[in-house]
Design a protein around this ligand. Structure first.
Ligand code: 3H9
Length: 647
């Protein structure tokens, strides 16, 4: 079937695009639209054209799978120009998302109308490129430079009502989109037509605006190259004639398309979409998830509950006594109240979210739940006691999950009736925000249970990654190696602050030592002490020396750094230098770049070991773990991608 079909409703033609899954602008669609313009221009009975899409969305952009290959005609910029120059006005009727090239096609239309929940945007920067078919040149002609800069440098789409207010669309259609768009077109042709977007003027801001914008964009980009290039392209659009600006945009787009950053971001884009549906589980039916329960209402439990409520499911919170139930519910309430404060939720929405949580101490309430996620204290005895209760009270087919970071799920599951429905689900804190979900089956976990873990991941909009069983699973195992390597550099005389600065320059939000100060040094210390008590040979770390001197991080006023009360800014600590003096060599001249290369190399080496042992099934899974759980810069593609790319 053709990806473009034409129908006529009296003097209005409709052009329907049907190119699943997201109507991306591959060659067939570009050609189909090109031919449609010619056909409709030649038809004297047609006075206006409505462009509408079948399926879940309007045109979601260029076909990203074509980016590795040479472009084939008709190119998108020419197609947009062809639509804009059509003899009959085109009306883009938008549902779902009009993104990137899809929005650029809409910009070529004389009018844009959209359903209230539709959105429009230029997300190209998230793929390491800039718009390549007029997005940076036409958008500011509609909404002004400032909005265009915000929209295209951050890559965040705007919902229809905001897009209407900004002048990006002409009407919001309530009810049936096609009917509304046809009616809009019919009314529009009775009026004088507005100028095509390319013919409109841009109010050019002064030089000070650009200086400020450049600063802000560079800060937000944290090393990603595309945002600054988008800004430069919008600036060009404001300063030179349309055609010249289009040439500049196209050149920049083509140059960025081939960069390592663009390749990294494309790889991550597809890996993220593949992760929730692993090929091995394609034919396995997950169990239904209608009612869930969480055991433990601490920070992690409350975050998991919030994530489940955000997905619209009811959830039961079980705690050990009434006081703990009240505390847990209040922890959950705090998460939603925070949403209200940040303007993300209305009071009423927050209340509905809170109302869907039932707190109790009574395990009998779990009789009809489909899945229970245990998030109690990380101690084997405590966890085992919970699972004994779950074994007694839950349906035998209910999935029982443990949220553990370090304990062996096999030990937690021991003695459970029907262990095939047991699974490890490792959330990251705050669990309603962090995207990563490590899914850890035991040898006894059934494929249905595993598939249900992934179904939960999809439901909660997580990036689920399967991990085999080893200490720390994928993410914390790599973290341990990374931290040990960072300590190794300190012992070799690299100043702590230089190591942190190196990782920040690399693109992480924080270096390894400031991150430990924020999270607290004592958690890892207690684990090491536990292992030592169990007879394992765990060599003393520099962190141990600090914790023993009561330097546990920001919460004790000092860790790897000193902190002035009320200020989170790390200050180089003379006390630390003194405490570690015997362990540290003479100051090393190692550069920041070499530090980052060394530490990322260590992460990748651990990742390789994890792959060799079959703990992770692909390098991209490891990269997703690092990007979504540990703040690894997305535009570097993850440690596995970054080191492969350098080889
Ligand atoms: C661009 O347009 C450049 C131009 O300025 C210049 C050109 C000259 N291409 O996300 P989903 C696949 S750059 C190819 O799960 P949702 C995706 O891999 C582009 N494939 O759906 C998945 O495949 P599979 C700017 C694509 O409903 C399936 O579609 N545009 C593309 O949750 C479903 O995807 C963007 O960056 C694509 N462009 O969300 C928009 N997009 O089923 C990117 C998706 O095999 N897309 N696929 O796993 C999105 O943001 C979301 O897909 C969207 C729908 C919001 C539209």
């Amino acid at each position: 079937m053709s990806v473009v079909t034409i129908a006529r409703q009296g003097d209005i033609a409709t052009v329907t695009v049907d190119n699943p899954p997201v109507n991306a602008l591959g060659l067939a669609l570009r050609q189909g639209l090109w031919d449609a313009v010619a056909e409709l221009d030649a038809d004297p009975a047609v006075r206006a054209v409505v462009l509408i899409c079948a399926g879940r969305t309007f045109i979601a952009g260029a076909d990203v799978t074509e980016f590795g290959k040479p472009p084939v005609e008709p190119h998108l910029p020419e197609l947009v120009a062809r639509i804009e120059a059509a003899e009959k006005p085109w009306v883009a009727a938008i549902h779902g998302s009009a993104l990137g090239g899809g929005f650029e096609v809409a910009l070529g239309c004389r009018f844009r109308v959209a359903l209230p929940d539709a959105s429009v945007g230029l997300p190209e920067v998230t793929l390491g490129i800039i718009p390549g078919a007029g997005g940076t040149v036409r958008t500011p002609r509609l909404c002004g430079v400032e909005t265009a800069v915000d929209m295209a440098t951050a890559g965040k789409p705007l919902r229809a009502p905001k897009a209407l207010a900004a002048g990006l669309i002409d009407a919001v259609i309530e009810g049936d989109l096609l009917e509304g768009a046809v009616a809009f077109a019919r009314a529009a042709i009775e009026q004088p037509l507005p100028l095509p977007v390319s013919a409109r003027e841009i109010a050019a801001p002064d030089a000070a605006f650009w200086t400020e914008a450049e600063k802000a964009v560079a800060k937000a980009a944290k090393g990603a190259a595309a945002p600054a290039r988008v800004l430069a392209s919008i600036r060009k659009a404001a300063e030179v004639p349309f055609t010249e600006a289009m040439d500049f945009e196209r050149e920049t787009f083509m140059a960025l398309r081939g960069t390592e950053q663009a390749a990294a971001l494309r790889t991550v884009f597809f890996a993220e979409r593949a992760a929730p549906r692993p090929a091995a589980l394609r034919d396995v039916q997950p169990l239904p998830l209608k009612k869930l329960a969480v055991i433990g209402g601490g920070t992690m439990g409350a975050g998991i509950i919030a994530a489940i409520r955000d997905a619209g499911l009811p959830v039961i919170l079980i705690e050990r006594d009434d006081e703990a139930v009240a505390r847990g519910l209040s922890n959950v309430a705090k998460v939603f109240d925070g949403g209200v404060k940040r303007g993300k939720l209305t009071e009423a929405q927050a209340q509905t979210l809170k109302d869907g949580v039932t707190g109790t101490t009574d395990y009998a309430a779990l009789v009809d739940v489909d899945m229970v996620i245990e998030a109690v204290f990380e101690e084997i005895g405590v966890k085992r006691a919970v699972f004994t209760q779950l074994g007694e009270h839950c349906r035998t087919d209910a999935v029982l999950a443990t949220n553990t970071s370090y304990l062996d799920p096999r030990t937690i599951a021991e003695g459970l009736p029907n262990p095939s429905r047991f699974i490890g689900l490792h959330f990251f804190s705050p669990a309603n925000v962090m995207k990563l979900l490590e899914i850890v089956p035991t040898p006894e976990t059934s494929p249905e249970t595993l598939a249900t873990g992934f179904a939960l991941g999809r439901l909660l909009k997580k990036i689920p990654v399967q991990s085999g069983i080893c200490e720390g699973f994928i993410g914390n195992r790599i973290l341990k190696r990374y931290r040990a390597a960072a300590e190794g550099l300190v012992r070799k005389g690299v100043p702590i602050a230089r190591i942190d600065a190196a990782m920040r320059s690399y693109g992480l939000a924080m270096g390894p030592f400031e991150a430990q100060d924020l999270g607290g040094l004592d958690i890892a210390y207690l684990q090491r002490e536990g292992a030592r008590a169990a007879g394992q040979d765990v060599p003393e770390t520099l962190g141990d020396i600090l914790v023993r001197a009561d330097r546990k991080g920001q919460k004790t006023g000092g860790g790897w750094y000193d902190y002035v009360a009320g200020d989170r800014k790390p200050q180089v600590s003379a006390t630390v230098t003194e405490l570690l003096a015997a362990q540290i060599g003479p100051e090393s001249a190692m550069s920041e770049a070499d530090v980052a290369t060394a530490l990322v190399g260590e992460m990748a080496a651990e990742g390789q070991a994890i792959l060799n042992e079959g703990i992770a099934s692909s390098p991209t899974d490891i990269d997703l773990v690092e990007i979504h759980g540990y703040g690894f810069p997305r535009w570097r593609g993850g440690p596995m991608f970054a080191t492969r790319a350098r080889d």
